[in-house]
Design a protein around this ligand. Structure first.
Ligand code: ADP
Ligand code: ZN
Ligand code: ZN
Length: 727
């Protein structure tokens, strides 16, 4: 028996990022993967047992104080291996990764007790003679219990009679744990799969052949919007289940894809567990247990689902693998695609990326032969891709037409309403107006805690900061010059909706953006209403671009199709192309043909050109040239460091220290840009600077960054440093 446990304390601090040894008291059973409570300095902290050993080089070990959760293991060996790979890849404390894998914070109170039910079982084997005939209720209950062997306590209607039987020793009560059923209700009639198209069949055959071979292989299913990728996923999953394997199906944002989840539930019933951040603690716990004990064979979820403890994982699918929501925006800032690749290494599973607009990373991998590409070039049932028209808004202005909706789009909406079909209008900016402007002195009100102008919202009649959420009343006079000529500028979804309502008074208009989707299930409600034809027009931000499959949508309009191109980010063209292609793909998915109208000022940018022509490859080639020139991913490796501190002077000094060390250690092998203030240089009263390091070699870049961070933490400076990898 091992007497020493290696414990990772749950502090997630870089300076304690190592294993600590504790001795195991004789009365405790300790296993790898358990959660424990240990003394740490003067405190008592939580930790996870990551190893056991016979002896330790450290003298005077302290004892483990307690094993938590009835000794249940909270992390599998495979998860532990994955966590180690990730901590190394993202240069972050292991415990920070382990936290992603736990269903709850390590804390004795956060962990729900397994649900139990009470059963009544017989102690005797026949109706006893001394039970009087007039005790008819007792006789009735006892006969039932004898006949069935066990009866749930809540089904017994007389508490008094039951008590009597227990006191007399004829029956007793036992408690058994309930196996959770899962949040998904069982479906009686599971939907039968359709006949596959020729392209779908070819793709599925390649994938199932790979399953049979059993080597870990990586695939890209590149299929235009509406080509039936989801059907291929479902049949691949069915094939894996037949081979006794479990599957992980990842979708960008679960609340935006209720349709996708419903399709899976209709096909697979309660073999599915649904995993996302919106579950209640109880649901989360139940789903976690079903996943771990294998009663759920398919897990469908958003990015955090990539960590779930499936033990016979055969297939991981990342649907819409290009989607930005796969990037975690808090520490550790992992990319789900990277985690999936590492998890393929720890499990040997098949990995499938699906998209109409693959990320440059994935498409390049397919060109280099690191991942095999399968294509679905046609929509199902010979439906054409919708024609895309681009309207030049400069010409609209020249013609004296100042409205936010061009004449062409307006005409198309009118026709669409006449035909009683549906339209989706995208404007990727919420609120009413972008900002308030003083016409006399040019003053624009800014957030007092962030370096960002405030957005006007009509519903609250206030100015909102979209970064920190702070609000303030609208000013009636300019605080700079006293003028009362303050005007709202620019347009958001709220104003667009109002404009369309005024222009088409009879139309029923729904709006979907962050302001209308704050409640639980709000997304699903709006989408369901739209699906049932309660709205003619759905206005929204990028939320409405993703994965929706509504056959009556024949018109898609985009207001400000080029607005994303001005964002200072090397991925802005890629994001714009993806967004436009995806939203265009919502049109014409049913029997009636669709049409797409993009409004822009900058109409000849290649992102728009290629979206207009449904030309992925053209876009890929142009964009790769841009990346080559700037030495950006996927052609080079990049780490951006975000440094934040409320004290700006200290921040600047620390940034200079880090940059100098980086320069010293990287030499000529890297390009170091910065330190410079971020685009949003202040957020919630914290100042923000960044340093970007681009290099041709990943291993060296990482090891140098690691070294520099260690040097930095040695001096314990107060500036926070967050790393972003290739993002
Ligand atoms: P994608 O995910 O590629 O955008 P979907 O899988 O949503 O496409 O398929 C688009 C539509 O076509 C869906 O309504 C789906 O039910 C239907 N569909 C998919 N495959 C077939 C098929 N083989 N036969 C008939 N309909 C299909
Ligand atoms: Zn003014
Ligand atoms: Zn703010």
């Amino acid at each position: 028996m091992s007497s020493i446990a290696e414990v990772y304390v749950d502090l997630a601090l870089p300076e304690v990022d190592r294993v600590f040894h504790y001795s195991v008291p004789a009365d405790l059973e300790v296993q790898v993967g358990q959660a424990v409570r240990v003394p740490f300095g003067r405190r008592s902290v939580f930790g996870i047992v990551v190893g056991l050993c016979g002896e330790s080089a450290y003298p005077n070990l302290k004892d483990i104080s307690a094993v938590l959760y009835d000794g249940e293991t909270v992390i599998t060996e495979e998860q532990l291996t994955l966590a180690r790979l990730l901590a190394d890849y993202y240069l972050c404390p292991l415990s920070l990764i382990l936290r992603q894998m736990l269903p709850f914070r390590l804390d004795s109170n956060a962990w729900p007790k397994p649900q139990v039910k009470k059963l009544i079982v017989p102690v005797v084997d026949h109706l006893p003679e001394d039970l009087p005939a007039r005790a008819s209720k007792q006789r009735e209950i006892l006969s039932l219990v004898l006949r069935l062997g066990q009866v749930p306590q809540e089904e017994i209607d007389s508490v008094t009679a039951l008590k009597q039987l227990i006191v007399k020793g004829y029956v007793r009560q036992i408690t058994v744990p309930v196996n959770p059923e899962g949040a998904v209700t069982a479906v009686n009639q599971l939907v039968r799969p359709p006949e596959l198209t020729v392209e779908q069949t070819k793709a599925l055959e390649s994938l199932t052949r790979a399953l049979d071979k059993g080597d870990p292989s990586t695939w890209l299913l590149q299929g235009v919007t509406g080509s039936g990728k989801t059907e291929v996923y479902m049949q691949l999953i069915a094939a894996a289940l037949e081979r006794q394997q479990q599957c992980l199906m990842l979708v960008p944002e679960i609340s935006l894809t209720p349709q996708m989840v419903a399709r899976f539930q209709a096909r697979f019933g309660n073999r599915i567990a649904v995993w996302h951040s919106g579950l209640t603690p109880r649901e989360r716990f139940d789903e976690w247990r079903r996943i771990r004990n294998g009663s759920a064979q398919i897990v469908i979820g958003a990015r955090s689902a990539i960590f779930v403890p499936l033990t016979r994982l055969g297939v991981i699918i990342l649907d819409e693998e290009h989607d930005q929501s796969y990037q975690q925006d808090e520490n550790p800032r992992y990319h789900t695609r990277v985690v999936a690749q590492l998890r393929q290494r720890t499990t040997g599973c098949l990995l499938l990326f699906g998209s109409a607009t693959p990320s440059l990373e994935t498409y390049r991998a397919s060109e280099l032969g690191k991942c095999q590409r399968l294509e679905l070039k046609e929509r199902v049932s010979d439906r054409p891709l919708p024609p895309v028209h681009v309207v030049n808004m400069r010409e609209e202005l020249r013609a004296g037409h100042k409205a936010p909706v061009s004449r062409r789009l307006e005409y198309a909406i009118e026709r669409c309403l006449e035909r009683q079909e549906q339209a989706i209008i995208l404007l990727n900016r919420r609120g009413f107006a972008n900002f308030l402007l003083c016409l006399d002195c040019g003053h624009v009100p800014y957030c007092s805690s962030c370096d960002i102008s405030l957005t006007y919202h009509l519903s609250t009649n206030r100015l909102h900061c979209h970064y920190c959420g702070q609000q303030q009343p609208v000013l009636s006079v300019c605080p700079e010059c006293g003028s009362d000529r303050l005007r709202t500028q620019g347009i958001g979804t709220e104003r667009l909706e109002a404009y369309l309502q005024a222009r088409f008074p009879a139309a029923r208009i729904g709006r979907m953006d962050r302001d209308t989707t704050t409640g639980r299930n709000a997304h699903a409600r709006i989408l369901q209403a739209f699906g049932q034809g309660e709205y003619d027009i759905l206005v929204g931000t990028q939320m409405i671009a993703k994965g929706l499959d509504f056959p009556r949508v024949t018109l898609v309009g985009v207001v400000g199709a080029d607005s994303g191109l001005h964002v200072p980010d090397f991925r802005s063209a890629e994001r714009t192309f993806q967004l436009l292609t995806q939203v265009a793909g919502r049109a014409g998915r049913g029997d009636s043909p669709g049409e797409v109208i993009l409004q822009a000022f900058n109409t000849n940018h290649y992102a728009l050109e290629c979206a207009r022509n449904h030309d992925y490859l053209g876009f890929y080639r142009r964009e790769m040239q841009m990346r080559q020139q700037g030495f950006y991913p996927p052609l080079g490796y990049m780490i951006s460091m975000l440094l934040t501190n409320e004290d700006e002077r200290e921040l600047i000094a620390d940034a200079a220290f880090v940059a100098a060390k980086l320069t010293e250690l990287m030499g000529a092998t890297a390009q170091i840009i910065g330190p410079t203030p971020c685009t949003v240089s202040k957020l919630k009263n914290s100042f923000r600077w960044q340093i970007m390091i681009k290099a041709g070699e990943r291993v060296k870049l990482r090891s140098v960054c690691k070294q520099v961070l260690e040097l930095y933490y040695e001096t314990r400076r107060r500036t926070q440093i967050m790393l972003d990898f290739d993002a």
